[in-house]
Design a protein around this ligand. Structure first.
Ligand code: DQA
Length: 147
């Protein structure tokens, strides 16, 4: 599969940002881990991170033009209020898994709602970096089912 891994605002600050919640690993480390996992399974992956909503939407649309097989999306804080990201995921015919490093349902009330998840095939939250590799596994199974 050709996979696109998209990370939203402040995730470029992984390792610096609230390490007790998000871990000590950097975004580069996370991307390297995912790349190794994906390539070992015969997948290719492209990575993208942005702090701006429009750039994330453009990358989702680009995944459609590239005929990507799956998107793994951590919309970060946009999760909780970006109807534009919801619409972007809905607009493209690329199965998308929403991932969160932290357990968003066990945190502040405003984090418990995702307005993006209803446009996705599923959501994984609370397993740190492992959430991204679980998402790859989920996309493999989704593709096998021919859904
Ligand atoms: C996050 C959870 C969001 O609530 C938060 O705004 C983030 C990161 C996560 O990966 O746990 O920036 O998406």
């Amino acid at each position: 599969m050709n996979l696109v891994i998209i990370n939203g605002p402040n995730l470029n600050f992984l390792g610096i940002r609230e390490p007790d919640i998000y871990g000590k690993e950097t975004l580069e480390y996370l991307e390297q881990k995912i790349k190794t996992y994906a390539e070992d399974r015969g997948h290719t992956c492209a990575f993208f991170q942005s702090n701006t909503e429009g750039a994330l939407i453009d990358r989702i649309q680009q995944a459609h033009s590239e005929q990507a097989d799956g998107i793994i999306l951590n919309p970060a804080a946009y999760t909780h209020y970006s109807y534009a990201l919801h619409d972007a995921v809905k607009a493209v015919s690329v199965p998308t898994v929403e991932v969160h490093l932290s357990a968003i349902h066990a945190r502040e009330a405003f984090r418990r709602e995702s307005v993006v998840a209803p446009a996705c095939i599923g959501q994984i939250s609370g397993f740190g970096i492992t959430g991204y590799t679980l998402a790859i596994h989920a996309l493999e199974e989704y593709k096998l089912k021919g859904a």
